[in-house]
Design a protein. Structure first.
Length: 273
């Protein structure tokens, strides 16, 4: 499934793609990822659903202009505008990492109606961020100037730490590639510098307003976001369900792909019936 469509929004180029037929299911990625993580799962569901993939501004194949905001607020606005562009009313949304905060904010702050929401290992409520993430946020200008070969090694080590089982070389290379080169390297540090935990606190304060079916999945070995965060998130949403995925880290897509695919199918069978 290719992201061969483009949506222009406030000077940003947002890459997106759509495939299949049936109820709409929209996938939201996080940081430092892209829609690539969701691609095989979206393709598997496209026989029964109309699936949508997109790269947030500043990520993947979307534009990475230095002057463009990439914070939670900007991404939620972009998501809201994109859903309008697609003409979707109450889609099912699947979110990972940063995508949790973006989809929640679109729903709670911008009043975007959703049919249901599945969140896996999401950045949605405080606190969040690995020790490396916090270090970069404190010194983004310094780290963005390190030699490219050091930057590449740092990004590979950082991305690799998100997996509990360990990544194959081809997967690690593919996840690292968007953050290399003259455009990718500064963009990597910019998106971390733009992180503002106040948006997460605002999300948490509004959780009692969520009145759609919500499922929370969490890897038992997620070292970026502990299970306790997932438990608190699920507890804050009325009637939300929490499922722990054994032997999975933050990159549940690659650590436990069969379990994730099964959970997606099971969830959609319940909420899209």
């Amino acid at each position: 499934m290719d992201l061969n469509e483009t949506f222009m929004w406030k000077g940003r180029r947002i890459a997106w793609g759509c495939e299949g037929s049936g109820p709409a299911v929209v996938f939201c990625h996080g940081t430092p990822w892209s829609s690539r993580l969701w691609q095989p799962f979206a393709e598997a569901l496209s026989s029964d659903f109309t699936v949508y993939l997109w790269d947030m501004p500043g990520y993947g194949r979307s534009s990475k202009e230095a002057g463009h905001a990439v914070d939670f607020g900007a991404q939620a606005e972009a998501f809201t505008a994109l859903l309008t562009h697609w003409g979707l009313d109450r889609p099912h949304v699947v979110a990972h990492d940063y995508g949790g905060a973006v989809s929640l904010r679109a729903h709670l702050v911008h009043d975007v109606p959703l049919a249901s929401l599945l969140m896996t290992d999401v950045v949605a409520i405080p606190p969040s961020g690995s020790p490396f993430f916090r270090l970069v946020k404190q010194h983004p200008d310094v780290l963005s100037q390190v030699p490219p070969y050091i930057h590449e090694a740092v990004v590979k080590a950082y991305i690799g730490s998100a997996s509990h089982r360990g990544l194959r070389e081809e997967d690690l290379a593919a996840l690292t590639a968007p953050w290399l080169g003259e455009e990718g390297q500064p963009a990597f540090y910019r998106q971390i510098a733009a992180y503002d935990e106040r948006c997460l606190a605002e999300n948490e304060a509004l959780l009692d307003r969520v009145d759609i079916p919500v499922t929370v999945l969490w890897g038992t070995h997620d070292t970026w976001l502990p299970v306790a965060t997932g438990e608190r998130l699920a507890a804050g949403i009325k009637n939300a369900t929490l499922t722990l995925v054994d032997q999975a880290g933050h990159l549940i897509h690659l650590d436990a792909p069969v379990t994730l695919a099964t959970e997606l199918r099971s969830w959609l069978a319940r909420v899209a019936a």
